[in-house]
Write a protein that binds this ligand. Structure first.
Ligand code: VG1
Ligand code: CO
Length: 581
């Protein structure tokens, strides 16, 4: 093959957000749009990460992935990359990509130094929906801001890219290595089944035998919903083939390019089938729900955990995993190095860290900030309120890992009552026990999607300004509700990375109340059209006799304050959020 140089000119708006560049498929289908971004990424990397390097290219299998993979292969060849590793059919979950970067050794002893991950995560897929691309680094984690800023700068001035246009398409449905001879030397495309590496990693973390026993118990029932995302291929291998779950306990586990027309977003709104099977929601199905249910998003880095007729808030989930990890999960048996959460995530994890005397970090939204802490040996378990949970086994959040963590906790708590005679300790029991010990953080998130971008900016600047005078803030709040405590601190969240000293500004506005309650406002960095305002509302309840309330009831006064204080309706014209979680 031969590398050829193509002329191009910049596109507006190729700025990677919280997790890469996400746009409508039709935007990506414009000639040179993908090519510009890929070349801008190559140009942002040091030469040794491109020339002679091994790159992973795969994703959640959404519409346009197959085309994009062929383009990236040809551009990699032309830019001097030595090898490209592709998951069979282009499929690899985001956590599996992270694992492959960190763990996989090629047949010739090669190791990869980065990856293009093709996903728009939980956003819908299909010809009129979203596509996305992001670059992950040698540690397996998303590129840090220093790199994504460089990529963006490159996209604004790009005038050429390189592509081996004469390279034939590679059949990515067939496992095996295809070798090409180029002017500069050899180029390989290695198509492989990524589930193997991932299963090996999971087996090195969890005690599969104890989870097998749990699945073998007559009282334990299970359901996993991959929402037609890539998680299905790992679920089949792990839950069914390795752990002995019934095939019928998996739903929507065959990946589809359009996710069956739905949102591959594991929450109470979009994981409808699972939610109804678990006896939650209005249209709950008949019969006894399973003991344990879980779902993952399109690229399988997010997870939702459910008990029978019971929802586990993600902020609680990470706190509960952290509180139980040392006893239940062999990988953590020597203790936790520390724990971390994103700023808007509830403080449930903070309380666990305090009780267990663990190092604790609060970072901006997005997984890239956890990676530095993990690389420095400061953090073992971390999580976000947005259904993301993970550990330092990789540098991405990991949906299947979170499910295995919960199964491990259940297996440990039930190790003496799995023969069918005794009643099982349930997910709900574990959560309620946790609240009794640590108190409960009532929590809800309001999302206002596709709001006019100007209006969203105005609302944020209003809140930033308001925040600078606490007496004014408290005067307004006292006028709205007398039963809400005073704001004692407010700021625009800023993070100084304790490892590399880098500073991230404008990460959301926080109002911290005297009784531990919090209101947080921020703009989403993952949307593909307009702006999304996220409002996070949290209230701490220490009294064990009051931890059992309905969460929307408990939070009603704070919600009212949040909406009126921010003039949400005035700014956005919306009387209600698009999604409540
Ligand atoms: C959202 C979530 C954030 C998460 C990010 C990527 O970002 O709030 O917690 O890390 O999505 O997750 P934002 O900027 O829209 O609030 V995923 O599964 O979309 O890669
Ligand atoms: Co995702």
């Amino acid at each position: 093959f031969k590398a050829s140089r193509k002329e191009t000119s910049p596109f507006d708006g190729q700025k990677p957000g919280t997790s890469g560049l996400r746009k409508k498929v039709t935007v990506f289908q414009q000639p040179n749009y993908l090519e510009n971004f890929v070349q801008s990424t190559f140009n942002a990397l040091s030469a040794d990460k491109v020339i002679g390097a091994t790159l992973v290219v795969s994703g959640d299998g959404r519409y346009f992935s197959k085309d994009a993979i062929q383009v990236i292969i040809k551009m990699a060849a032309a830019n001097g990359v030595r090898r490209v590793w592709v998951g069979q059919n282009g499929l690899m979950s985001t956590p599996a990509v992270s694992a492959v970067i960190r763990e996989r050794v090629g047949a010739d002893g090669s190791k990869s130094t980065g990856a293009f991950i093709l996903t728009a995560s939980h956003n819908p897929g299909g010809p009129h929906e979203d596509f996305g691309i992001k670059y992950n680094m040698e540690n397996g984690g998303p590129a840090p801001e220093a790199i994504t800023d460089k990529i963006y700068a490159n996209t604004t001035s790009i005038n050429e890219y390189f592509i081996a246009a004469d390279l034939p398409d590679v059949d990515i449905s067939v496992v095996g290595i295809t070798t090409f001879e180029g002017h500069e030397g050899q180029f390989d495309v290695d198509v492989f089944d990524s589930t193997g590496d991932y299963v090996t990693l999971m087996k090195s973390i969890f005690d599969f035998m104890s989870i097998q026993k749990l699945f073998g118990s007559p009282n334990f029932t299970f359901c996993f919903d991959a929402l037609h995302g890539v998680g299905g291929i790992y679920a089949k291998r792990i839950f069914v083939e390795e752990l002995g779950a019934h095939e019928g306990s998996l739903i929507n586990c065959t990946p589809k390019e359009d996710f069956g027309g739905g949102h591959p977003d594991p929450n109470l709104t979009y994981a409808k089938e699972l939610v109804s099977r678990m006896g939650l929601g209005k249209e709950s199905s008949q019969g006894e729900p399973p003991e344990f249910g879980a779902a993952a998003d399109g690229d399988a880095d997010r997870n939702m955990v459910l008990g029978k007729r019971f929802f586990v808030t993600p902020s609680d989930s990470v706190a509960i995993i952290a509180a139980n990890a040392v006893q239940s999960i062999p990988y953590f048996s020597l203790g936790l190095k520390g724990v971390a959460r994103s700023m808007p995530t509830s403080a449930a994890l903070d309380v666990v860290a305090k009780h267990l005397n663990l190092k604790f970090f609060e970072v901006p939204t997005g997984w890239k900030f956890f990676g530095n802490l993990m690389d420095a040996g400061l953090c073992s378990i971390c999580g976000e309120e947005s259904f993301g949970t993970g550990s330092d086994h990789i540098r991405e959040k990991d949906g299947i890992w979170a499910v295995l963590a919960w199964l491990s906790i259940l297996a440990f708590k039930n190790k003496d009552n799995l023969n069918g005679g005794e009643k099982l300790v349930t997910v709900e029991d574990i959560v309620r026990q946790h609240w009794t010990t640590y108190g409960r953080h009532y929590y809800t998130r309001y999302d206002y999607e596709n709001v006019d971008a100007g209006a969203a900016k105005e609302l944020m600047s209003y809140l930033v300004k308001l925040q600078s005078s606490l007496p004014d803030v408290n005067k307004i709040i006292n006028g709205i509700r007398s039963d809400v405590s005073n704001v004692v601190e407010a700021d625009e969240f800023e993070y100084k990375d304790p490892v590399d000293g880098s500073i991230s500004k404008h990460q959301g506005v926080r109002y911290l109340f005297e009784d531990g309650s919090r209101l947080v406002f921020r703009l989403s960095g993952t949307g593909s059209v307009g702006a999304t305002i996220r409002l996070y509302i949290e209230q701490y309840e220490k009294d064990p006799s009051k931890t059992g309330r309905d969460s929307q009831d408990a939070l009603a006064p704070l919600v009212e304050v949040a909406l009126k204080l921010s003039k949400m309706q005035e700014f956005t014209g919306r009387s209600a959020p698009t999604v409540i979680t």
